[in-house]
Design a binder for this molecule. Sequence first.
Ligand code: SAM
Ligand code: SF4
Length: 392
Amino acid sequence: MAQTPLAPIQSLYVHVPFCAHKCAYCAFYSEASSGELINRYVEALVHELEMVGLDLKPRTVFFGGGTPSLLNLRQWERILCAMERLGLLGAEEWTVECNPATVSLDKARLLRSYGVNRISMGVQSLNEDLLERLGRIHSREMVFKSFDTLRKAGFSNLNLDLMFAIPGQTLEIWRETLGEALAMASEHLSSYEVIYEEDTALYQQLQAGLFAVNEELACDMYEQLVECAEAAGLHQYEVANFARDTTSNPQTSILNVPFYACQHNLNYWRGGSFFGLGPSATSYVRGVRTKNWSNTQMYCEQLEKGQRPIESTEELAPLVRAGETAAFGLRIVAGWPFEQFRQATGHDLRREWKNEMTLLQQRGWGRIVPHGFQLTREGLRFADAAAELFLR
Ligand SMILES: C[S@@+](CC[C@H](N)C(=O)[O-])C[C@H]1O[C@@H](n2cnc3c(N)ncnc32)[C@H](O)[C@@H]1O
Ligand code: SF4
């Protein structure tokens, strides 16, 4: 008897490992590079898309980095035409990350014409001194200009990334940046507290005692963020993510998140499968996690030899996988509905993680709601520590 074919994977991430200049805080895999290596990467990526294309029917696509907007028109055309040929266009949500310094009307129009319908722009701050301190290559004016360019090209779903607790950032400066960013009226806002990643310039400065971390100030900034975003009509649906709501999106209403919530990231947080292509990208396909080489040369060499550029493969035990899924999903403000968790993982939160849920309730970090468990506002502030309890 013929086997039932497996349903294709609905989520695609593509990593673009190039930046014009490395920011002081950033540990994402990316490098400043020559046009030649970028061309070689584009060809390799097309090969990789061809290798997985038959098992893909993307509902969400996310080009991240690095700086995808650094690719020129010709390089983008090559990728987009390949995706068209492979039947990979037509995603409900298709995001491309952009740096304000590398947005142009031509590029934005090209992306829009192939079905990209969401742009995520790295802003970080609107204070010139802090932008310089962070090693950003754009001015505040470029942020406003690029935002207008994206609107002009027809994008009606825009995200801005901001960072807080930046060394030298006062509460006053943070309020100003927040106010100005919210006045731009994007549909989505992501705002992260600075993480001091090893091997970054900022980490070295911290180690050298050039500044100190002020945890109390960071808490005040987070409070401001949540308050101001809500007041501006952006609803918090995840620890660091806020979106506008226009109700009646059948996809998001089931999950109890706002209309403009990022569908691609919701799939990650709910433990769904996805293909990750490009150097350093991770895939999670039907319970198996693979990771590509974090080396663009090696990535290209493998694909030029006709091989998948995979460095490691890991098949997680079902309980380990369920623990990770619990931990990720608790970052969503609505938490985990018990039944949805059971359907996603085959495990029952109430049985397997009873003690952890009790502990979080006692700390004031978690609460039982009808049919599910969620973190409190205090718990969301310490979501990483709370989520760690669920790992097996
Ligand atoms: C991969 S970057 C993509 C945006 C684009 N490359 C740019 O920077 O304009 C994604 C976001 O992660 C955040 N990020 C990166 N490193 C971080 C760190 N060490 N701490 C906090 N947020 C960080 C920044 O807000 C950044 O915009
Ligand atoms: S924050 Fe963005 S632009 Fe800066 S180094 Fe990281 S990926 Fe590149």
